[in-house]
Design a protein around this ligand. Structure first.
Ligand code: MSP
Length: 645
């Protein structure tokens, strides 16, 4: 059976991994895990690009022998990917002997058949991008059209690859294979890039002794690093040595990369090289957008380059407690906010918001309260005679199918939000059915049915989240007392957990991050205030005074008692565009479970106050009935954040 072959680019080893390279690698890992769950044999390649002159230069600047430098840096990459739970099958390094053999042999063959010819290069060169540029692309400033750095003038003999002759064949291939380049925007970019025809590319470099020597050449030229690097995908299949059996892996099913290296390199030079070799082309090239930080490109000079493991570390530090699934949380954020068509903003604050909202309040809370109630009401076993609610069963299967479609299309933001629709539906369902009340009123069977429906959702979710959060998926499976995370087929079956099946004691998966008071660190010096005129309590207020109260609709996402108090609950409410922590004196009237999913009215422009060590960022509106707080809520479901007038 043909293996499903997935690749990331191989990364230059002159700098350490950052959130950009981590993005492609995590996306590839999630795709690989998804395909494995679907029962396919997967071959997943990542690695390092080590032959670039700039790698050599950095090693020299550091005063380290280049081979030692690339060995050390390749280890940094491998360690980072392992720490992020990337399960690759092969880590390709282009300084490996087997790769040098592939590149040398391909160069020789193409030269023999006339696809590579000797010429001369006279013009502008970007040392950083390792690329020559035609005069009409350079402009008067003589800066690189890709990276903006100053260009160098070069005049030297070199070898060319006859890319121009493949323009028409390539265009035909792109037009007749709609999934060859994805997403659509990249396909169009590539066709635009090709519109004026492709020019032959210089595939050798002089003036450096680091790289793979051009075969049968006495001038000391080395093979252009991109020409060698692209061939790593072929090396990893042992194409040179395996006769036709390399076809158990070739061609790649999915080649992932950032948008910058798609049109020029992966979508033109690369397939043209394969055409010249007479080899099948990759099935799909996918180019994602870029992370930007504060609306700017990440760059060392701006000091806004984030290292993935530091981001993970920051989350754990801000939690102020043990955070066993911080890596999975980071993977989730990368995938949930993944830039697909366009670029996307990366921020630590955005990460924490997703963490508190999607992971702690939504997924973590659903798992925890479902298991807690089953333990409290049914002795920690699947209730006897419980059946899944048909309407929800239908929705679970439908959402699982939609999640799969999106994962297949490498659209993780959509896929994860389709999966999260199950969580919202179950939270709404708990809210409507109130299993805590059913249990209290002795309607045990019905309570069991509601909780069994929630439990089945949790089982299905363990499969749906696995590509993004493999360790969390395993933990959910453990809590459900399953030997391992079920296969994808399990998402199309309902009512799987058998009666009396014992469940593990619930244990929170995602501890909530501590609420940080949003008061400024440095307080303005207090100004003497005029004595306020005391208004009688029943004095009328003006409309303008009323309008200064900002009251908005919100949904309670989590609720928990505050230790050592009878009255107070700590709530997280969702105001549509933000979430807030609110301390409310309603514990005597409402149990925490009864509140989650319910809509409430919140006074949002009240000064924050600290109650029992928790900062409350607003107040719930409630009717006072003989000292008890009865919550007010909208007459029908309305969007969170709606203003009350
Ligand atoms: N060595 C080449 C690839 C050769 S593949 C045959 C290379 N290496 S790289 O180290 O520069 O890696 C770049 C990868 O990281 C690209 O896929 C690029 O798009 C991605 N990113 C670099 N910065 C990025 C962001 N800010 N955001 C997302 N991805 C970004 O190119």
């Amino acid at each position: 059976m043909k293996r499903y072959y997935i690749t990331t680019p191989i990364y230059y080893v002159n700098s350490v991994p950052h959130i950009g390279t981590a993005l492609t690698t995590i996306v590839a890992d999630a795709c690989a895990r998804y395909q494995k769950r679907r029962g396919r044999a997967v071959y997943f390649l990542t690695g390092t690009d080590e032959n670039a002159p700039k790698v050599h230069r950095v090693a020299q600047e550091k005063g380290i022998p280049t081979q030692q430098f690339v060995d050390e840096m390749a280890e940094v990459f491998e360690n980072t990917w392992r720490a992020l739970h990337i399960e690759y099958d092969v880590f390709m390094r282009t300084t490996e002997e087997r790769h040098k053999r592939t590149a040398t042999e391909v160069f020789r063959r193409l030269r023999q058949q006339g696809d590579i010819y000797e010429g001369r290069y006279e013009g502008w060169y970007c040392v950083s991008c390792e690329t020559f540029f035609a005069l009409n692309k350079v402009g008067d400033e003589r800066t690189c059209p890709d990276c903006g750095k100053p260009l160098e003038y070069r005049d030297e003999p070199c070898y060319y690859f006859r890319l121009s002759t493949y323009t028409e064949r390539l265009r035909d291939h792109i037009l007749s294979h709609p999934h060859f380049i994805e997403p659509e925007v990249r396909r169009n970019e590539t066709l635009g890039f090709m519109a004026e025809g492709l020019q032959d590319v210089a595939v050798s470099r002089s003036g450096t002794d680091w790289g793979i020597p051009v075969p049968d050449d006495s001038s000391g030229a080395v093979i252009y690093v991109w020409f060698d690097a692209l061939l790593n995908y072929l090396t990893a299949t042992d194409w040179l040595d395996r006769g036709d059996t390399y076809l158990d892996t070739w061609p790649p099913d999915l080649q992932l990369m950032g948008k910058d290296i798609l049109p020029r390199f992966h979508a033109t030079i690369w397939p043209a090289m394969l055409m010249a070799l007479g080899l099948p082309l990759p099935e799909r090239l996918y180019g994602h957008g870029w992370w930007i930080v504060n609306k700017q490109k990440m760059s060392k000079s701006l000091g806004n380059v984030y290292a993935p493991l530091e981001v993970v570390q920051t989350l754990s530090e801000n939690a102020g407690c043990e955070m066993p699934y911080a890596v999975d949380a980071f993977r989730y954020y990368m995938l949930r906010e993944m830039p697909t068509d366009s670029d996307a903003e990366f921020s630590l604050q955005g990460f924490e918001t997703r963490y508190n909202g999607d992971l702690a309040n939504d997924l973590g809370n659903l798992v925890h309260r479902t298991l807690s109630m089953l333990h409290r009401y049914f002795g920690g076993r699947v209730p006897e005679g419980a059946r899944i609610d048909d309407t929800l069963a239908h929705l679970f299967v439908q959402q699982a199918t939609r999640t799969a479609e999106a994962y297949e299309a490498v659209d993780f933001p959509r896929g994860l939000s389709e999966a999260w629709a199950i969580i919202s539906a179950v939270n709404r369902y708990y809210d409507e059915q109130a299993p805590w009340t059913l249990h209290k009123q002795g309607e045990t069977q019905r309570a069991g049915q509601v909780l069994y429906t929630g439990l089945e959702a949790v089982r299905i979710l363990s499969v749906l989240v696995e590509p993004a959060m493999p360790q969390v998926a395993r933990e959910i499976a453990r809590l459900l007392n399953l030997e391992s995370v079920p296969d994808w087929n399990a998402t199309h079956q309902v009512g799987v957990l058998a009666m009396e099946h014992p469940l593990q004691e619930p244990k929170p998966i995602f501890p909530r991050l501590q609420a940080k008071p949003n008061a400024p660190v440095v307080q303005e010096p207090a100004q003497p205030q005029p004595e306020p005129k005391q208004a009688p309590s029943d004095a009328l207020i003006t409309l303008e005074q009323f309008q200064r109260l900002k009251i908005r609709v919100a949904t309670v996402r989590s609720a928990e008692p505050i230790p050592n108090t009878q009255k107070l609950l700590k709530l997280t409410v969702d105001l549509g565009d933000e979430r807030r922590t609110i301390v409310a004196g309603i514990a005597e009237t409402y149990s925490p479970e009864a509140l989650v999913g319910r809509q409430v009215l919140v006074l949002v422009n009240l000064q924050p106050a600290t109650l029992r060590g928790v900062v409350s960022e607003g107040m719930l509106l409630a009717a006072d009935v003989e000292g008890k707080a009865i919550l007010l809520n909208p007459d029908q479901s309305v969007p969170n954040g709606a203003c009350v007038r």
